[in-house]
Write a protein that binds this ligand. Structure first.
Ligand SMILES: [Zn+2]
Length: 182
């Protein structure tokens, strides 16, 4: 038995605990937003609320930082069903609680990964069926549409990181130390 090994790091919440934390935070936030809107402190359109909610849910259930464990069995991969296999390269590429768990770059790596997979799939479809209509992003992209999406996604990620005990300077700290040590 190796008791010292398990004692080196604080326990990390499981996927289910992360989901519960995010759902709880969403309920509080939704109630606060509803109240603020009633009091006419803020103006939130139904479309903005929907975009925020969809991005928040996607960030919580489908794009969790713990996908860096996708080379094995992990809750966030299971939510993808058979498509979970698509995340195995991501899991092999990123070490657990490394860059994937940084505050700004980490969430971005998963968005880029999804974009890459979509590009590959559409590229392949175009190759097989050249006449295929590929969906395009409507132009111009409005800040009023993108902002709630980004906010919902990043908030879901940050709640995960806070629950993990990861600080916002994660990934930068090595650099800081080097500067300070000089
Ligand atoms: Zn985590």
């Amino acid at each position: 038995m190796n008791a010292s090994h398990s004692g080196t790091m604080a326990p990390v919440p499981s996927g289910r605990v992360h989901n519960l934390i995010n759902i709880g935070a969403y309920s509080v936030l939704a109630a606060a937003a509803l109240y603020a809107a009633r009091q006419e402190l803020v103006v939130i359109t139904p479309a903005q609320a929907l975009n925020f909610t969809l991005a928040y849910a996607a960030g919580t259930f489908l794009l969790s930082p713990d996908l860096d464990l996708a080379e094995g069995r992990v809750d966030s991969k299971r939510h993808w069903g058979v498509l979970g296999a698509l995340w195995v390269p991501y899991g092999m590429l990123f070490s657990h609680r490394g860059w994937s768990h940084s505050w700004v770059i980490g969430p971005l790596t998963r968005l880029l990964y999804v974009a890459l997979i979509l590009a590959l799939i559409f590229g392949l479809l175009r190759f097989v069926a050249p006449d295929l209509q590929v969906p395009t992003i409507p132009q111009p992209i409005s800040v009023k549409v993108v902002a709630p999406l980004l906010l919902g996604y990043y908030l879901s990620q940050w709640l995960h990181l806070i629950a993990d005990g990861v600080r916002p300077d994660h990934g930068l700290r090595k650099g800081y130390r080097r500067v300070r040590g000089r």
